[in-house]
Design a protein around this ligand. Structure first.
Ligand code: FAD
Ligand code: PYC
Length: 418
């Protein structure tokens, strides 16, 4: 496997340098029509285009991105990958993605820096411990790895962790998924873009979809964009944070709310934390990038918004929690912070499905937890769009479940409140 990386510009700081990488795919002008259009050039949308071309032979595909590829949540998240979800449908869905992560660099011939360093989710009270153990048992039954660590075992696994019983929220133990970890977020977008482009997919940046066209039968016939109208009988929408806005253009209402979610990084230091640590209870999650920065994530804001930045007090709350768990981090300076917009369903599980409009498909509602799903979501959206029918792994993740009450109510959907 080769890697084109010669340097690093991590996390949001990397976006300014991303033009250098865009040379690796063909910047395309929109054609009059395509066999399929994907709206949204994040990892999910680019992944869907790649799998359409690679696995379904549908190569006359355009990915339409209103900004630059990977500039949405794909380039703004804290890159935590895991599949330790409670329900059988969810753990199967997310584990499908984890399995794809394991060979993604080889698949794309692009180093996405997948690093299965282990994700440790802390318990701070009896309720946390019971919930964690319930997840461990459920995961075990579903063939997904997850194990309980005592406070001492947690400290051995993650030496800087403070397990003093004097803590406001003492560590009572934790659930460890060893196959969980991190990846280089925007490399995923670039890797899929390059591989899709090589198979003939057009990747069109600075092209916002402003309308969805339907013919006299009500079927999808194309899109309107800031670069003109484009025809297609199949449109997949993968516009995280804005999916309900786009679907509304075809008269489809989605049960989604959009919230800002923030993250921040410290100055770079030598390797200090060997794994990912998450605490749902005190709203902190932290890992270390290969460049040395501590990557820290906060909670969603309390109110819906499209501002792509969150409230300062949310970050301060997280930093207090991180410093309590890791006293050694107190002296670090924070380098930068940023926000993304995540869209959240009532049951915190995603939608990957056909819509009531023939030819229109949607992948959305991943909330605070869709980065880990990137290869799986792309793979399943492509399948659903190519066959006009869901794969067994996404057949439960419909829009209709909110009408029928067949919810997949995943409390494990994130380490953050939302
Ligand atoms: P995006 O990358 O957002 O792509 C959607 C694209 O659609 C965007 O580029 C956008 O510009 C484009 N678009 C929108 N409207 C239009 C339009 N009208 N026309 C054309 N294009 C349009 N998940 C995890 O699993 N682990 C984590 O640790 C994690 N941490 C997170 C931390 C933060 C701070 C944030 C914000 C999110 C985090 N997430 C995490 C969630 C994760 O980032 C998202 O669920 C995931 O990246 C969604 O990928 P995507 O490709 O669907 O979306
Ligand atoms: O889904 O693991 C997750 C996550 C961590 C931070 C945000 N989302």
């Amino acid at each position: 496997m080769t890697s084109r990386f010669s340097g690093w510009s991590l996390l949001l700081g990397g976006l300014s340098g991303q033009r250098r990488w865009s040379e690796q795919w063909r910047a395309a002008e929109p054609k009059r029509g395509y066999d399929a259009i994907i709206v949204g050039g994040g990892g999910h949308g680019l992944g869907a285009a790649y799998y359409l071309a690679k696995e379904h032979g549908i190569r006359n595909v355009a990915v339409l991105e209103k900004g630059w590829i990977g500039g949405g949540n794909t380039g703004r998240n804290t890159t935590i990958i895991r599949s330790n979800y409670l329900f059988a449908e969810s753990s199967a869905l997310y584990d499908h993605a984890v399995k794809l992560w394991e060979t993604l660099s080889q698949e794309l011939n692009y180093n996405v820096m997948y690093s299965p360093r282990g994700v440790l989710m802390l318990a701070h009270n009896v309720h946390d411990e019971q919930v964690a153990k319930r997840h461990i048992h459920a995961n075990y039954a579903n063939g997904v790895d997850n194990e309980w660590l005592t406070p001492q075992q947690a400290k051995e696994f993650c030496p800087p962790l403070n397990i003093s019983s004097e803590l406001r929220y003492p560590v009572l133990g934790g659930a460890l998924q060893r196959r969980g970890g991190t990846a280089r977020h925007d490399a995923v977008a670039w890797g899929y873009a390059r591989a899709a482009s090589a198979l003939g997919v057009d990747i069109i940046e600075n092209c916002e979809v402003t309308g969805l066209r339907r013919d006299s039968n009500g079927e999808i016939s194309g899109v309107e964009t800031t670069r003109g109208a484009i025809e297609s009988r199949r449109v997949g929408v993968s516009a995280a944070g804005h999916s309900s806005v786009v679907l509304q253009m075809a008269g489809v209402r989605l049960p989604l709310e959009s919230f800002p979610l923030q993250a921040l990084v410290s100055e770079p230091v030598k390797p200090i934390i060997p794994c990912v640590v998450m605490s749902n209870t005190i709203h902190a999650y932290v890992s270390q990038s290969d460049k040395g920065e501590l990557v820290i994530g906060a909670s969603t804001d309390a109110y819906t918004s499209y501002t792509q930045r969150g409230a300062l007090h949310v970050n301060l709350h997280t930093l207090e929690a991180v410093c309590e768990l890791f006293p050694a981090f107190r002296r670090l300076r924070m380098l930068r912070n940023w926000g993304g917009i995540v869209d959240v369903t009532p049951d915190r599980s995603p939608i990957i499905a056909k819509t009531p409009v023939p030819g229109l498909y949607v992948n959305c509602g991943w909330g605070t937890g869709g980065f880990k799903a990137t290869p799986g979501a792309g793979h399943l959206l492509a399948w659903t769009l190519a066959r006009d029918a869901p794969h067994a792994l996404n057949s439960a993740f419909t829009i209709e479940r909110f009408r029928d009450g067949t919810l997949i109510d995943e409390a494990a959907a994130a380490a953050v409140n939302h």
